[in-house]
Design a protein around this ligand. Sequence first.
Ligand SMILES: [Cu+2]
Length: 173
Amino acid sequence: MIPLYRTLSGLALVGLLCAATPVASEPTHDAAEHAACDCPDGIKLEGQPWVRLMPPTMPSTAAYLTLRNTTDRDIEIVSAESPVAAVTELHDHVEDEHGVMRMREVPSITIPANDRVELQPGSLHVMLIDLLEPLEQGQQVPIRLKLEGLRDLHLQAVVRRAERPASGGHHQH
Ligand SMILES: [Cu+2]
């Protein structure tokens, strides 16, 4: 029989050796690809998550991102959190009885099986309410998403101005 203390010191040594593994031995492209998201297995971040830059007087803004579900079952985003906002909600845009698009809170956002969900302006988004401080262009905003049946997803979104995609117009800022 191996004495317990021998086993424990052996484990501690393994831990030290692992911690001392040089970072340079990791494939560098891997680090870059996964830098923006600490995603659970089955979920992949696509593109760069971003937060809309608002005038400093605006108390809230929204975050946008695209997630792919590589599993065979739907996965629900059930809540969101961010240290930059007092309250974080999942929102959608719906048309009211006057034909006006309005935001409303939704209980969850589905990432369909073997498909993706796009959180984008005018549609689904993560609402950051009661910002603790005004956000600045280029700032990294950590966002945590709670997923049903999976561990939490952590990502970094970058603060930037909203742009009209490739239409050449500058009607909105
Ligand atoms: Cu909203």
